[in-house]
Design a protein around this ligand. Structure first.
Ligand SMILES: Cc1ncc(COP(=O)(O)O)c(C=O)c1O
Length: 401
């Protein structure tokens, strides 16, 4: 579909309504069905042979592809503007696939942002490093440091998030994209927090864009999934690797993700608007020490925010520190929540609050956590689609607790 079409329209149309071919009746399903078949046959073996040999489009075996996952992949590819995609079992599987594909025939070295989702840092430390991959952790908001690391390491991949979890630092994706391009290194961007409604990393030089589909894209807290979108150049190796390792997402989950994505732009706009109001309110509360939100006036990366969040939406994640609170006080506040759900995950229609020291960044040593700025009085709020005054009222009464 044309790039100019709004994401609101793409989200409800792309990938769907495939016309049957050959001798099938000429009906067209209005939405993509859940195709559960594990394998496929043709009227003659020559066709199956051509499909196996990638000489003819089609299906052969569920690990290689499935019409429901194809539709979801086409939809997310269209939204992100890449060459093609691979739906994976989870967001972590998607990050693993992107890194593994990037490192094929390249130097076994990664330059990674030191502010990544805790499990991503864990995967680098517990899976990639022990298998001989050198990982340089760099402050990605320090551009000269990123440039120096790329120059020194000559890595096989560069890995970053558009907005860091949970402190919402915003690295200069456009400049890091240019640096990676100049050094001929694939840049992998986790766009889970910002989604293609706000930032499209391929426009800034990314080679792979990954998502936890579990979050904003699916949006209802009822499906786990991930997706890697690759540019044209990296699509064939991504697909070839997937055929071998088989981290693919099942058809039921693909269906749920696709169903969720249809309303993702609507939800996201509402969530972003709510988050902005919540962040502004939190900044005026005496119990609140500090608010972390890309649109806050003193944001340390304000210049990057201005360039990269040009659409005027700033995401729907707000983190904040509660003045003088320790773990017990944070637990008291979270136990007092009535509307906001005190649970792990983000991006759902309902607001959720998470305690990073206990959940997303639990496996990081407390001293290292503190160095990263993730203190014991910090909570992360994923703002949902509820009426904003109800979210604020719930925060107000919980802060009093
Ligand atoms: C930014 C980010 N990337 C990736 C993931 C991993 O996604 P999943 O839980 O679907 O494996 C998460 C999960 O919270 C995340 O926040």
């Amino acid at each position: 579909m044309e790039k100019k079409v709004s994401p609101h329209s793409l989200a409800v149309h792309a990938g769907d309504r495939k016309r049957p071919s050959g001798d099938q009746p000429a009906w067209v399903p209005v939405t993509t069905p859940i195709h559960t078949a594990a394998s496929y046959f043709y009227n003659d073996m020559e066709d199956l042979d051509r499909v196996f040999g990638n000489e003819m489009p089609g299906q052969s075996y569920g690990r290689y592809g499935n019409p429901t996952s194809d539709a979801l992949q086409e939809l997310v590819t269209t939204l992100e503007g890449g060459g093609g995609a691979l739906a994976c079992a989870t967001g972590m599987a998607a990050i693993h696939m992107a890194l593994s594909t990037a490192l094929i025939d390249r130097r076994r070295s990664i330059v990674a942002s030191h502010q990544l989702y805790g499990a991503t840092l864990g995967m680098l430390a517990k899976v990639f490093e022990p298998s001989g991959v050198e990982v340089a952790y760099v402050d990605f908001c320090d551009e000269p440091a990123v440039a120096a690391a790329i120059e020194k390491q000559r890595p096989g991949a560069v890995l970053m998030e558009t907005a860091s979890n949970p402190l919402l630092r915003v690295p200069a994706l456009d400049r890091i994209g240019a640096l990676s391009r100049a050094a001929d290194v694939p840049l992998i961007v986790d766009n889970t927090f910002t989604t293609p409604l706000i930032i499209r990393p391929f426009e800034h030089g990314a080679s792979f864009v990954v998502h936890s589909l579990t979050k904003y894209l699916s949006g209802h807290g009822d499906v786990m999934g991930g997706i890697v979108v690759a540019n044209e150049e990296n699509l064939a190796p991504l697909r070839a690797l997937s055929r071998t390792v088989g981290f693919v997402l099942g058809p039921f989950e693909c269906y749920l993700a696709m169903r969720g994505i249809k309303t993702f732009p609507l939800r996201m706009e509402r969530q972003c608007a709510n988050a902005r109001k919540v962040a502004e309110w939190l900044a005026t509360q005496p119990e609140v020490e500090r608010v972390y939100f890309p649109a806050e006036p003193n944001h340390p990366d304000a210049a990057n925010v201005k360039r990269l969040f040009a659409c005027g939406l700033y995401g729907a994640m707000v983190s904040f520190e509660v003045k003088g609170a320790d773990r017990d006080a944070i637990f008291r506040m979270m136990n007092a929540l009535r509307l906001i759900v005190p649970a792990t995950s983000l991006g759902d229609v309902h607001s959720m609050m998470l305690y990073p020291a206990m959940a997303s960044h639990r496996d990081i040593a407390p001293k290292h956590r503190a160095r990263l700025g993730i203190h014991d009085n910090l909570v992360r709020l994923s703002v949902g689609i509820e009426a904003v005054e109800d979210i604020i009222a719930d925060l107000d009464q919980a802060l009093q607790a």
